[in-house]
Design a protein around this ligand. Structure first.
Ligand code: SF4
Ligand code: SF4
Length: 251
């Protein structure tokens, strides 16, 4: 969502005024859905692949690109721009976002960006917001009487933030325990358990991935059908498999 020209990031507080109006009537409608530069989270992908009734592997192949962080070895998933539409998001149409109710957190937040800081001792999270001002976005208009907090409520982003913070906690754990680069098979396991959930499920149910771990039958039944529980389990499994933590599952 960056055009690289005259862009500004201005720190804001939740109760700061936010004059902003976005909708199909704006001359810039859909302009924020091209030249994308946003990482997609496991929860973003879960929501979108379910909205499109697609297996995760199909969604990832059709709509995303996979890179690995050069220093961390962690997978980074981004939208694959569609060359037929001037490199717009593959999920945008003339009428707007085709997965609007399930759009990613970064799309909900825009023109805000969110960062968090986590206290390693307590696990408490503090969040910070900044207003992004980009030339292409014509929605900034002081006549619209909002606050940052009201904008966030209107975007229904709280659950995305809650779920995405679990990824940030996992990355923080990785940085403490394994500050170096994950190697190929480890990166692949991280990717499968968090992003390619349907393949992860298949590995569990058909290829005995959890053999010997004494997983209760009730949990196995849940993992068969509940993608949200499967993602939570995937995070717990990565902590166990890659970072030596006990396999604690509270689902
Ligand atoms: S997911 Fe939807 S809102 Fe986000 S960039 Fe794509 S079309 Fe735009
Ligand atoms: S106002 Fe900004 S966020 Fe809304 S459609 Fe235009 S570019 Fe996108």
């Amino acid at each position: 969502m960056s055009d690289g020209n005259n862009d500004e990031m201005i720190p804001v507080d939740l109760d700061d005024p936010m004059g902003f109006n976005c909708g199909p009537g704006n001359p810039c409608f859909n302009e924020c859905c091209r030249d994308l530069n946003q990482a997609l989270t496991p929860y973003d992908i879960l929501r979108m692949k379910n909205a499109l009734a697609m297996p995760s592997s199909t969604f990832l192949r059709e709509y995303t690109s996979l890179h690995y962080g050069p220093e961390s070895g962690l997978p980074v998933i981004t939208f694959k721009p569609n060359p037929a539409t001037g490199h717009a998001c593959p999920l945008v149409s003339e009428a707007g976002c085709t997965v609007y109710n399930d759009r990613p957190a970064s799309c909900r937040l825009y023109p805000l960006a969110r960062a968090i800081a986590m206290d390693r001792a307590t696990g408490n999270i503090r969040e910070f917001y900044a207003m992004i001002q980009e030339d292409h976005c014509k929605g900034h208009d002081p006549k619209h009487d909002l606050t940052v907090r009201k904008w966030l409520e209107g975007q229904d982003v709280a659950e995305h933030n809650r779920q995405n913070d679990k990824l940030m906690q996992l990355i923080s754990l990785k940085n403490q325990i394994r500050p170096g680069k994950l190697e190929g098979a480890e990166s692949d396991q991280f990717y499968m358990a968090l992003y390619d959930l349907d393949t992860f499920r298949q590995e569990i149910l058909e290829n005995g991935l959890l053999e010997g771990l004494n997983i209760p039958d009730t949990l196995m039944k849940t993992l068969k059908t509940d993608d949200f529980a499967l993602l939570d389990f995937g995070i717990a499994w990565v902590k166990y498999r890659l970072f030596g933590k006990d396999l604690k599952v509270d689902i």
